[in-house]
Design a binder for this molecule. Sequence first.
Ligand code: KIV
Ligand code: ZN
Length: 477
Amino acid sequence: MTQPNSANVAQPSVQAENSLDRVLIFDTTLRDGEQSPGATMNVAEKLAVAKQLARLNVDIIEAGFPFASPGDFEAVQTIAAEVGTPQGPTICGLARATKGDIETAARAIAPAAKGRIHTFIATSDIHMKYKLKKSRPDVLAITEEMVGYAKSFTNDVEFSPEDAGRSEPEFLYEVLERAIAAGATTLNIPDTVGYLTPSEFGDLIRGIKANVANVDQAIISVHGHNDLGLAVANFLEAVKAGARQLECTINGIGERAGNAALEELVMALHVRRQYYNPFFGLPPESEAPLTHINTRELYKSSRLVSNMTGMFVQPNKAIVGANAFAHESGIHQDGVLKNRLTYEIMDAQMIGLNDNLIVLGKHSGRNAFRTRLSELGFELSDQNLNKAFLRFKDIADKKKEISDRDLEAIVNDEILQVAEHFKLSLVQVSCGSNAQPTATVTMRMPDGTELTDASIGTGPVDAIYRAINRIVDIEMI
Ligand code: KIV
Ligand code: ZN
């Protein structure tokens, strides 16, 4: 078992960041994002996402919750070793405020050049009474002891009072003051249940800055869920009040309705920087970026996370949705053709759309193919590249141009199918002008047995999916 001080975690210069004239982007796609139903990723998939997050230039990657499972531990450790280089992002592991969690997180982040432990305990009355069954003095004592314990492994300790949004402010101030005194260098304020409104969140941050005596020794961070669709608006208000770290996820994935979306926060701070600059003490006309994100990597990051998690991005999603830069109505198209600024507030190229100069087709070679895949966030082994390249050539013979979507489908079909659990063995559909669409489906199950079922549907495809759902036991509405 690792002992305090033996985890050998490098010490970043947290103090130097205190007078920030920009915000730090703390990406929690691999931790909070991965907690969303159906978004589970294996170690290889998490590593691919972490590498893309490094290209995106996020400041901190919360790579997982190492105590939660051996798989989570392995993912955090692998990311710490491969992505946590001296020039790379800080790698963070989540830990409840217990010795076991903290020690495990310390071991997982140890290979990183810059490692952070993020420890948390709930501070709202409802959480303390029903979930923790602990009193306020208990929580104060645990905070002090466990932040100090985390500090024995690394200088970079983040503390979160879970459900801060519903915590009694005076008690919250006391907990935060103790956490800083025990060594926390980042204070993260979570709106765990997505309850606050923007002005309330701004007031909460202002209250903390005004009432926590030693607050200058820490960076204020925010974390928030999107239950009322307010997470991004809440964060932007918190930035105006002095928050300088934003905890967010690609495509806004996360527990329940998700977290604040990274791409929306970054582009809001970029497109509207003249509005936000004064809150950073900058003149309105300053062109200095308010984040260090390489915005040209946003679209690729979105596609990669969507592919790796299987969570689709809604077409009307801000910034990265398929329709975000599409103009359909005649009046809008006419305006854009005359002058793009009539209906566009940002350039699609800023997020990395349309900057793909090489068109892949049947004459393209392996190198162009590998390069484009890597731009999309897929780093394949030679063996997997060969497999995918054969499929690419096959499709390129039938189709003139191969789009990024085609490439994603090739990688998904040829490479990522290792995690496949069910195999479609047979599909039969019958339909006609006087017959209800009916499908019969046979599937090979993970244990090797074959199951057959049939269903009617509103059309042939619907009938097939209904039959599949009957076999795998998913209820249809
Ligand atoms: O939502 C939340 O409160 C969290 C904490 C662990 C920061 O995810
Ligand atoms: Zn959360």
